[in-house]
Ligand binder design. Structure first.
Ligand code: SAH
Length: 486
């Protein structure tokens, strides 16, 4: 972080804006919104500045500012678009000890003027550190669109209960849960839908309950699918629960980018499993979750992909249900779906595959216990989880049972992540291709003629995955198709 974000109190303080431009007008408005006394200077102010002339708190002087005008200012904004004038202003501001910002001259700025979403008393300020202001503007538009307009009023409303909550709910964690339930639960919903009286009644009820001891922290467990890796594939619900957790249990497939979205002060416990190197046995993970929840924690069990697809989520939940602990399960994008889509392969297609079978090929002693009769059927796609180590016996198994050795196969390693690698080939040569590419996993194997469609449907940029093998035979038109959506 190159800049420290802070919110400055400039109520009734003097602020100087130099310039008659549109930018100057925006600065004046911003300072006025924060309650400052604003002095604007320009010999020939533009229309937008003139419109502000009669607002309370504005003094417009039709001349250039002098060094004396800068004295006593909390903030000085230069927006004249005249380099000499800006430079002079900056040096005066420095001498006077005022914070100064000259538009479009980062070297003459003590601070960045952020993009702002104003839901006072909630204010969201966005900065890109000067790198790409347009991104800040786009982000602002998105936040404006998703944040209910009444959110600011909700903040004022709930804050009026602050003292009473502090007195009634004395345990710190229980108090945080109380606030969260109030804002994110029925009371907040009532308020945002305009039913302020019902919101008040709900909070009174909750406070009465809490006074009777009902607000002891109640633990629960969130079993959440984190998707295959790209944080953009998280669900809103996953993100909300990630932001609420007190403790998070995560495994190997959950990367740093996703962990970075978990509530900052949540305790993190790694329970990762790797074949033959189990960090924590399944029963121990389940017992740990039960214990943490019984202690009153909100426990987030974050799992790669979907928790109920080869994730043993069912077993973990059975233990919780047995112990009477409340839980929620949040589905995630499973690896077969996420990885194949990012590799440009549809799992089903009218002309190629009418069904798709998910299997795990976690070989034990070189033997795969699979229902081969189903797998060798034509007209389907087979997605194999945990199959990289068993790739040779898997391919042999298909070919021995009469599958065409030219059947296309793709292996996607680190799917949906920046280092995604895709290797394509046929049942006959994929083992060698995988060896040459040095794949280590995690990887998903996609078997079936849908793999051919990759040449037409790969919307990912070329550099996202290793196309070395399939590129060798690609036509120019193929390559154009692969460079991404238009
Ligand atoms: N519950 C998970 C699967 C867990 S089993 C899900 O729904 O996706 C772990 C296996 O998933 C890995 O061995 C690999 O086969 C696959 N997998 C998970 N993430 C992957 C990724 N980003 N790229 C490729 N394969 C992945």
């Amino acid at each position: 972080m190159d800049f420290l974000p802070i919110f400055l109190d400039i109520r009734d303080r003097k602020v100087l804006v130099d310039g008659g431009t549109t930018v100057a007008a925006r600065r004046v408005e911003r300072a006025l919104d924060a309650g400052a006394r604003v002095h604007v200077f320009d010999p020939d102010p533009g229309e937008e500045v003139l419109l502000l002339e009669h607002r309370d708190g504005v003094t417009l002087t039709r001349a250039l500012p002098t060094e004396a005008d800068v004295a006593g200012c909390a903030v000085v904004w230069g927006a004249s678009e005249t380099p000499d004038r800006d430079a002079r202003l900056y040096s005066w501001a420095k001498a006077a000890g005022a914070l100064c910002n000259i538009a479009d001259m980062p070297e003459n700025c003590d601070f960045i003027t952020p993009s702002v979403v104003d839901r006072s008393p909630i204010v969201i300020a966005i900065s890109t550190g000067g790198a790409a202001p347009i991104i800040a503007r786009i982000l602002r538009a998105r936040i404006e669109a998703t944040l209910p307009a009444a959110y600011g009023r909700l903040a004022s409303f709930v804050s009026s209960f602050r003292e009473r909550i502090l007195e009634t709910v004395t345990n710190g964690r229980a108090r945080r849960h109380f606030w969260e339930r109030m804002i994110d639960g029925p009371a907040g919903d009532f308020f945002l839908s305009g039913a302020e009286e019902r919101a008040t009644a709900q909070i009174e009820d909750d406070l009465a309950n809490a006074a009777e001891g009902g607000a002891k922290p109640v633990g629960e467990v969130y079993l959440v699918g984190a998707g295959p890796g790209d944080p953009d594939l998280l669900t809103f619900r996953a993100l909300r629960l990630m932001q609420r957790a007190d403790v998070v249990l995560y495994d190997r497939l959950v990367g740093d980018d996703i962990m970075g979205l978990v509530r900052r002060d949540a305790r993190r416990i790694y329970v990762g499993k790797k074949s033959r190197d189990h960090t924590m046995a399944q029963e121990d993970i389940s017992k740990l979750m039960v214990r943490l929840a019984q202690e009153g924690n909100r426990v987030l069990r974050l799992k790669g992909g979907d928790p109920y697809i080869f994730g043993r989520g069912g077993e973990e939940i059975a233990e919780l249900a047995g112990a009477g602990i409340g839980f929620q399960v949040v589905p995630g994008v499973t690896a077969a779906s996420g990885c194949s889509t990012y590799a440009g392969i549809p799992l089903t297609h009218r002309d190629h595959a009418q069904s798709c079978t998910f299997i795990t090929a976690h070989g034990r002693d070189g033997v795969l216990d699979l229902d081969w009769d189903i797998l060798i059927r034509e007209g389907q796609t087979v997605a194999v989880y945990m199959g990289l180590g068993s790739l040779p016996i898997l391919m042999e198994g298909f070919i021995e049972r009469g599958t065409n050795p030219q059947t296309p196969v793709a292996i996607i390693e680190n799917g949906t992540l920046p280092d995604q690698k895709v290797v394509t080939g046929t049942m006959a040569d994929i083992v060698e291709q995988a060896r040459q590419a040095g794949l280590k996993g995690p990887a998903i194997i996609i078997i079936g003629s849908v793999v051919q469609l990759r040449d037409q449907l790969n919307w990912q940029a070329l550099d996202r995955s290793s196309h070395a093998l399939s590129l060798a035979s690609a036509t120019t038109q193929d390559m154009v198709n692969r460079t991404g959506p238009k």
